[in-house]
Design a protein around this ligand. Structure first.
Ligand code: ADP
Length: 487
């Protein structure tokens, strides 16, 4: 994406968008994440409900990531949604598109990676697209077209039991071929190791053979650096967030989305005329770190975990363990019981509200005596092991179970907002989508990284949000995220 840079990204879920935005910030890009598009004819509004000056917004922005919730919807709907996002970005000067997919290539044989990539290729008139979900820092590598999660093949990993997109084939050429109308090829590790020239030659050869998309192997950050620079020259890339680590900082590149040069402006991304909360910069010095910041919100933290991924299971376990010796509390969601019994659900909701009330009571008592214990945290989780997820799904139906839990998570977030909670940690891509919609969050400024793939973010309304894709984050992620804000 050389001199006339316009980096427009479309992500198929919310946490995936944040993951990409995180890598862009780390590469020195001032990045905004839009949660869907504003309604036709409407613009974004600030916390006071006043419309934001779009031109000014984009003049202080190097990259825009539009987060869709299109990963598991009907493929035709996903195509329409993605095309609308692309047209919106194109109307604002975008020339090139980064279609961000999950690093575990979450999809089914119907899509939606293939159908959306096909539609974007057509819209962009792209004759080729490189496809690479690899993100070695997060344990995702691609070798001979096969995706690994840590030491395991994708099909042996926890992803084989995913509630919505079980991944039972590790061969991404095969996986994508089942979803796309185009021929899919491979650029293997030997070609990648030979560098940009060999890769470019391989692409030409693949094109001559009628291949329109190719999975690229990548097993190291070095590979991503090579691929990142290469895809900057292409109109469409289909990738996880990893390839963005190979992008050069935009100062070296030229223009931003609105076509204006960022030179002469502070790279700190400090406030868009005070309209977007800026937070404080934890690092200060280098260009890369100076676009990162930590949100300033104080008070109790709410952790909502609707992810059943192995990493989330370990994080919930860790939180429960540490809560035995801290002022933190937790509430489990039993979908089988609560979805079928209105009375049980009402009682459970009362418990939840009582927990929130206690958190604020504790915080104000501590303030009254000028004590400074760290604010308490509440974890609410539906997170469960594969066996129990299956039981729930068998009893309620897969879609109904997911929709019921997501809708409960949305209600919990709304209630917490009424109580004055300003710090949210959410585990799960779909769950995060439900929560940000419930909080009416439309735009996020991307801040400092918590763990690979997950940054702190801040919304226009002043919520601090850590949106974690299920598989991401270390065991202590929940407490680590909130500790960062309390440091
Ligand atoms: P991840 O990022 O780990 O894939 P998601 O939030 O995207 O997490 O998806 C997890 C899905 O599983 C959500 O739709 C959620 O509502 C659903 N879910 C969560 N807990 C359970 C459970 N105990 N039983 C059945 N489904 C569940």
């Amino acid at each position: 994406m050389s001199a006339s840079l316009s980096l427009a990204c479309i992500a198929d879920d919310f946490t995936g968008a944040t993951d990409l935005a995180n890598n862009l910030v780390r590469a020195g890009w001032r990045t905004l994440q839009l949660l869907g598009l504003p309604e036709e004819g409407k613009s974004f509004v600030n916390a006071a409900g006043e419309p934001l000056d779009e031109k000014q917004l984009f003049a202080q922005t190097d990259a825009v990531v539009v987060a869709l919730k299109s990963r598991t919807i009907d493929p035709l709907q996903a195509q329409a949604m993605s095309l609308r996002a692309w047209q919106w970005l194109q109307a604002r000067g975008a020339k090139r598109c980064y279609f961000k997919v999950c690093s575990t290539f979450d999809s089914t044989d119907k899509g939606n990676i293939g159908p959306v990539a096909d539609a974007l290729m057509e819209a962009l008139k792209a004759d080729f697209a490189l496809v690479c979900p690899a993100f070695p820092a997060g344990g995702r590598t691609v070798f001979r077209g096969h995706l690994f999660v840590g030491d395991q093949l994708l099909s042996d990993s926890g992803m084989k039991d995913h509630p919505l997109t079980p991944m039972t084939d590790s061969n991404l050429v095969r996986v994508l071929q089942r979803q796309s109308k185009h021929r899919i090829g491979l650029i293997d590790y030997q070609i990648i190791a030979q560098g940009p020239k060999a890769i470019a030659q391989r692409i030409e050869q693949l094109k001559a053979d009628g291949v329109r998309m190719a999975i690229a192997d990548a097993t190291s950050d070095q590979d991503l650096h090579v691929l990142g620079k290469l895809v900057m020259e292409q109109s469409l890339v289909v990738a996880g967030s990893g390839i963005a680590i190979g992008f050069e900082a935009p100062g070296a590149m030229g223009q931003n989305l609105s076509g204006e040069s960022p030179s002469g402006e502070s790279p700190s991304g400090e406030s868009l005329s005070g309209e977007i909360p800026g937070g404080h910069n934890p690092h200060g010095q280098s260009t890369h770190e100076s676009v990162a910041f930590l949100p300033r919100q104080t008070g109790p933290g709410l952790i909502l975990s609707g992810s059943c991924s192995l990493a989330s299971q370990a994080q919930v376990k860790h939180f429960l363990q540490q809560s035995k010796t801290s002022n933190d509390v937790s509430l489990a969601i039993d979908p089988l019981k609560l979805a079928r019994d209105e009375q049980a659900k009402a009682t459970w909701m009362q418990d939840y509200v009582a927990c929130l009330a206690r958190l604020f009571e504790q915080t104000s008592k501590a303030q009254a005596i000028h004590a400074k214990p760290r604010p308490p945290r509440l974890l609410v989780y539906a997170t469960a092991q594969a066996e129990s997820v299956k039981q729930v799904q068998d009893a309620l139906g897969i879609d109904i179970a997911s929709a019921w839990i997501e809708s409960l998570m949305a209600d919990l977030a709304k209630e917490a907002k009424r109580f004055g909670v300003r710090r949210f940690v959410v585990a799960g891509g779909e769950t995060s989508g439900a929560v940000v919609q419930a909080l009416d969050v439309k735009l996020l400024k991307i801040g400092a990284q918590i763990d690979p793939g997950v940054p702190w973010t801040e919304s226009l309304q002043g919520f601090a949000l850590a949106l974690k894709s299920g598989n991401f984050g270390a065991e202590d992620f929940f407490t680590k995220a909130l500790d960062l804000l309390d440091a």
